[in-house]
Design a protein around this ligand. Sequence first.
Ligand SMILES: CC(C)(COP(=O)(O)OP(=O)(O)OC[C@H]1O[C@@H](n2cnc3c(N)ncnc32)[C@H](O)[C@@H]1OP(=O)(O)O)[C@@H](O)C(=O)NCCC(=O)NCCS
Length: 247
Amino acid sequence: VYGFEAARAVVEQWFSVPASGSLESGFYDGNTRSQRILEALGFEKEGEGPRFARALSQQVPGSDMVLTRARWQARQGFRLVTRRLTIRPFRKDDAPALVRMAVPEVARNMSRIPPVWSEAGAVAFIAESAFRGVPGFRLAIEFDGACIGGLGLGGGPVGIAYFLAPEYWGRGLATEAMSAFLPSIFDRFPLSSLEADHFEDNPVSGAILRKFGFEETGRQLGTSKARLEPAPVITYAVTRETLKVQP
Ligand SMILES: CC(C)(COP(=O)(O)OP(=O)(O)OC[C@H]1O[C@@H](n2cnc3c(N)ncnc32)[C@H](O)[C@@H]1OP(=O)(O)O)[C@@H](O)C(=O)NCCC(=O)NCCS
């Protein structure tokens, strides 16, 4: 157990540096203890061949192992806990809550949420939201044990989106969720900046973005499943350096 704990600490330290890429390791044939530790940490076999064993002063057959950042992150999952909220992967049983949330006031401010959602549509949304260790996922926002909204990271350039069920608006919950989520993005992924946008007629979202240091970058037309026509959207960006962390 000590060997595993020590190895995990080293791996965590390695990936805590955003610029660190894949981590390489290996073991000598027959060293099943070492093999088991590496496999438990998520390392995968990359190749095999003789390696120089300093203790024996000779080449000894062994295996080369690699742990990519994406694989490590996928195995960490994604869970954040704030004063009132838990941010965690969506589960299948969140579908009914999503169906209830898909009302026009929410949907018209999002691109992907329809104004009326079927249970099957919500289940498909949950499936495509899965966290796989790289940008391109959505997470549930949980309050008092109930799924009350969602947030996501994806697209190219990479951007964020978020929504809450209307009965939870106006209590600072989106700000609280973003206070945890935004810094965690820059901690986990080697991104230099993040994008966001909101429809011009949805100033609340702009107020939230500006609190975190997002600055306006332009205007364009955006679409929503709950709008008949494309509508004006204000685009924003924040960088790793300009992100304002809220207390
Ligand atoms: C956007 C949304 C997540 C905000 O959630 P929320 O929990 O009510 O937000 P918060 O309470 O944390 O913060 C809202 C901020 O907007 C401000 N605000 C409220 N009404 C406003 C208005 N009409 N104009 C400008 N700012 C306004 C509030 O004062 C607050 O700022 P403050 O904390 O500095 O006072 C929620 O309204 C929502 O889900 N809307 C539908 C989906 C959506 O718009 N998502 C964003 C897509 S880009």
